[in-house]
Design a protein around this ligand. Structure first.
Ligand code: PMP
Length: 405
């Protein structure tokens, strides 16, 4: 027996998984060729599981800005902004984000995970209530555990259930804070935000929308689901990340709330960790400018997402409920999902494998995330390969009469 003995069941499950092929949780790329291709074990591999929605990781202007910032300001800040001070770039990025969202305040965190940890644990205390969607991302769950507010979960994307939960605590004192996501990371479905905003208004609650997967994806200007649904005025806090459409790393929160700035002295995941390095700040600022200047990228992303979703649907795969840049194939047999994932990787296609217990109803997901930089040929390759291998593994009943490429 040792301190780590309690992980034996996890170790056993992991070793059963890796005996059947590659380790889906420790994939190594020797090299990245572009935002949509990498080299894995000497093979050129199409990347269809990287959340690189606008493909900006290899954007020339972003790279130039980040190299230049490193030369001018060094490789790191070596501490938190509260202790070491802010660099000019941190302030400028916050001003850029506030301007982009048309809000008074913006606060930058070192990751999106920390933005959720920080905001959820700080905004509500033990006399308040935190109400979260049951399918929330781990960072929302962890943020709710770091704070002291009692936590209530409501059924995924169910405004009526949200209303029921709020009704139960209506008479209790304290503030109520509801948290939802713009696009949910596993199945690519969006929150019914108009209805959720109406419920939050009715019960006098506050609302956070985590736009991690919807920033740069939804809305006329790319602000996310709140913009697309026309309810930005009802959203008190928008949380987001730089690690997806902006192609770097970091997180943020924007808001119009009076007194917001005091959070810099109350929010521990902001205060007690090193701030983002100059290279990251500079490439993120450039990526945000590109996101705003090139709406064609969003149109291309939508078209690529439709191509993948409709191609896989036509083959007969069971998919998430709507076409979005996250397209997940839902499989009932976890063993076949593992074989499918390994087979695709061996043939040059990388996407994500999600297995029970992380998934509902003992299902397994093969999750793709589409980029604006994927070519139609790359998506065509992915659909054909998934069709061929899906049939070989018995995941698809019969050859469809019309494949339609
Ligand atoms: N929120 C959601 C909904 C996410 O999916 C993620 C990351 N997958 C995060 C927050 C955390 O973002 P980051 O990678 O910047 O820590």
């Amino acid at each position: 027996m040792s301190l780590l003995s309690k992980f034996e069941p996890l170790r056993a499950a992991h070793s059963r998984l890796t005996k059947r092929g590659h380790d889906p949780f420790s994939v190594v790329f020797e090299e990245m060729v572009s935002s949509t291709e990498g080299i894995m074990q000497g093979r050129r591999t199409v990347l269809l599981g990287t959340n690189n929605y606008l493909g900006l990781t290899f954007d020339e202007a972003c790279i130039e800005q980040s190299v230049e910032a490193t030369r001018r300001h060094g490789t790191g800040t070596t501490g938190s902004r509260v202790a070491n001070g802010s660099y000019d770039g941190h302030k400028r990025l916050e001003a850029d984000l506030a301007a982009f969202y048309g809000r008074k305040h913006a606060m930058v965190f070192s990751t999106g995970y920390q933005a959720n940890l920080g905001m959820l644990s700080t905004l509500v205390g033990k006399n308040d209530h935190l109400i979260i969607d049951a399918d929330s991302h781990a960072s929302i769950y962890d943020g709710s555990r770091l704070g002291h507010a009692p936590v209530v979960r409501f059924h995924h994307n169910d405004p009526e259930d949200l209303a029921k939960r709020l009704r139960r605590i209506e008479k209790e004192s304290g503030d109520k804070l509801v948290v939802v996501e713009g696009i949910y990371s596993m199945l690519g479905d969006s929150a019914p935000l108009k209805e959720i905003a109406a419920v939050k208004r009715e019960y006098g609650a506050y609302l956070i929308v985590d736009e991690a997967h919807s920033m740069g994806v939804l809305g006329e200007r790319g602000r996310g689901l709140a913009e697309a649904a026309g309810v930005e005025a009802d959203v008190d806090f928008i949380i987001g990340t730089f690690s997806k459409s902006l192609g770097s790393v970091g997180g943020f929160c924007v808001s119009d709330m009076e007194g917001f700035e005091i959070l810099r002295l109350a929010c521990r995941p902001y205060m007690f960790t090193a701030s983002l390095p100059p290279a990251v700040i500079a490439s993120t600022r450039q990526a945000l400018a590109t996101l705003q200047g090139e709406s064609g990228l969003r149109a291309q992303l939508r078209s690529n997402a439709d191509q993948l979703y409709s191609g896989l649907a036509r083959l007969g795969f069971k998919l998430g409920p709507e076409a979005s840049p996250i397209v997940s194939v839902i499989l009932s047999d976890a063993d076949k999902a593992v074989a499918f994932w390994n087979g695709l990787l061996e043939r040059g296609l990388y996407l994500n494998l999600a297995l029970p217990p992380a998934t509902p109803n003992s299902s397994a997901f093969l999750r793709s995330s589409v980029s604006a930089r994927h070519t139609p040929e790359q998506i065509d390759f992915a659909v054909r390969l998934m069709g061929e291998l899906g049939r070989q593994l018995g995941l698809l009943e019969a050859m469809p009469t019309e494949v339609g490429f």
